[in-house]
Design a protein around this ligand. Sequence first.
Ligand code: NAD
Ligand code: 44H
Length: 382
Amino acid sequence: MKALHFGAGNIGRGFIGKLLADAGLQLTFADVNQVVLDALNARHSYQVHVVGEQQQIDTVSNVNAVSSIGDDVVALIAQVDLITTAVGPVVLERIAPTLAKGLELRRANANDAPLNIIACENMVRGTSQLKEHVKKALSAEAWAWVEQHVGFVDSAVDRIVPPSESATNDPLEVTVETFSEWIVDKTQFKGELPNIPGMELTDNLMAFVERKLFTLNTGHAITAYLGQLAGHQTIRDAILDEKVRAVVKGAMEESGAVLIKRYGFEADKHAAYIKKILGRFENPYLKDDVERVGRQPLRKLSAGDRLVKPLLGTIEYGLPHVNLIKGIAAAMHYHSEQDPQAQELKQLLADKGPQAALVEVSGLDANSEAVTEAVKAYNAIA
Ligand SMILES: NC(=O)c1ccc[n+]([C@@H]2O[C@H](COP(=O)([O-])OP(=O)(O)OC[C@H]3O[C@@H](n4cnc5c(N)ncnc54)[C@H](O)[C@@H]3O)[C@@H](O)[C@H]2O)c1
Ligand SMILES: O=P(O)(O)OC[C@@H](O)[C@@H](O)[C@H](O)[C@H](O)CO
């Protein structure tokens, strides 16, 4: 079985690509980073440091790489059995035209073998969003063929993988936590269901996507934003700060109450899930900067993402949300010289003030109590 994975970054090399290669799939990474492409094609292998209470170094072997721009990647799309991505939500739209070209070629070559595409991004149904971008790039005829032969499979992906701090400056080495979870929607596959150790199949994906994004990522983001305000550089230092921890835990409990109501999760099991996540944030073997976890604050403050979506859930069910509000206010204070979205947010706040800026990025109602509460919390921090 042949696989093509877009995005040879942290989660690509450290999780999804590793699982596919370990399962014996013939794996090619597609990326735009020439240093990484050259290193993969020179060595065809790299090391994954799995760190936690038990530590091990795994070697991922027999992998190739191709530029995600050009004819080679298009030719591969026409041949492979599985395509996965871990490029970041904003890049999905950029790779869609290439996917469309490859699917056109596949059709022209009369390759009717089933192909499945799985986006492994921190998004609610990211593959379905990618599907819409691909559809826009194809004729109605080509799309009818794609719908028959190509499965667009949504997934939830969980493993904390910060950029590696390789002692040897190896651009391929990656450091990952021991925990990992990749859950895919089995109802969306074309052809036989794949048997890839580490890939779990479910027919109830939304519950898993929301559980992960609105617990781990909600708590992670708030740890980063409050951590930065308190002067911490890493997620571990931030979560060990009792004041930060109390808000983070409170916010995960608030989003948890929404999830319990919506999906019928058992309260004690969900409390154990939160406890485990807090332990993962404390991992002493990972150096995860608040700037990585807080990256792209406009995305994180948008309506469907980890801060505002759970808040909307609490409003829907009439549940408390004081800690989620504190998290949103802290996100509005996020600053980073390297992050264009942080710069944009800063400018927006300077131009329009906190109320209008928050309404613009979050889609929240300007006259809602939630906006008033968030602006009050923002000003209190200022
Ligand atoms: N790192 C984590 O802990 C983690 C965990 C779960 C999910 N995720 C999700 O995985 C995705 C990737 O995150 P990451 O941390 O691995 O980021 P990353 O920046 O380490 O990796 C992204 C990779 O995509 C590549 N890329 C950019 N544009 C491209 C293009 N047009 N074609 C092909 N490749 C391109 C980059 O060069 C880079 O190698 C994000 O959606 C993130 O939310 C990350
Ligand atoms: O990747 P982002 O920017 O959506 O979120 C940053 C982190 O919260 C995220 O990468 C986590 O490490 C990951 O989701 C763990 O599974």
